[in-house]
Design a protein around this ligand. Sequence first.
Ligand code: PEP
Length: 363
Amino acid sequence: MKTAVPKVYRNYYRQRTANQWLKVKAEVGDPGAIRPFLAGNWKMNMIPRSGVALAARIFDICKDIKDVDIGLAPPFTGLSTLADYIKPDFLRSEYGLGRNVFLLAQDTFFESKGAFTGEISAEMLAAIGVDRVIIGHSDRRTNLGKYFGFGPSIAKRLSRAFLTQELGHLKAKEGVDPQILAALEHLTAEGNQDILAGMARFLEEEMRERAGESDEAIQKKVQACLTHGVQVVLCCGENREAREAQETFSLLDRQLRIGLEVVSPRTAGEVVIAYEPVWAVGEGASPAKPEQISEVHDFIRNLIMDLYGEQIASTIRILYGGNVKPDNIVEIMNIPGVDGALVGGASLKANDFAQIIRFGLNT
Ligand code: PEP
């Protein structure tokens, strides 16, 4: 169902362009003014040593930049090494930077400890100096099924032999939902193999395309971070199918309302939102058009106003992500309502990411 675009939020601070931003430099940091935040998501790239070398090259080109916040998100293995390298005192003396460089993790798990092999908790991230965690990235919301092969295991469970065996077990138990028994009877009946095979293929395809983190898991991760004093970069974004079906706003509304349900007005300041249309992310894709970005950022800010009121809506940062490059960053940052960018591919090239950070400077 198409959701009407709400009345655009009247924002005070978003009228400034990149050049205006330079002119109002003195104002940056005042209560209510929004500091741009340019964050690089390295995804599964960079061994720790290469990450430090990349950061050093970026800082070299960005010496003395104080009016933007910079975020670096190495993979888990690079966090500790980078945390040691980007200590504010060192950044201040070496590069004229300081507390405007933030260490980001790319994900976390919502439990704090226990038998969760391979997972990393927000508490652990806080302990090594992680400032913010990217939560709900589209790579995790939708792509996990592709990699982890949930599809074939579902398909296997929809074979006649497996279901017949299950039916036998369930019939031997008490209190089994009769609807389940009736469905299994039907699916395993002679002559219904085609239905079963079709369903198996359909579910396999669905799982491959869509299986990933749920809104509920994302909400728990947000909560875990805030509980342990780690800030959140909450990603949202529609895939191409949703955009074509004109479901962009209803989908974003759902993703954000669920993700933010555990965020109180007191903790809303610890959250940055990143709008990343899935169809615009990654190699080969094109960035969203300025009017598409503008419309969605207004929608999100309006939603924040509904949830938390005008004061928080006028200060929360809403980033755009999806093929941000040195040659489009100025145009993107000029869009009213865009407070920064979450950058994938271009953040792996020191020159490119440095140019993105320096978007407001003319040199
Ligand atoms: C991302 O993965 O968050 C992203 C925005 O990637 P890219 O900049 O490469 O489109």
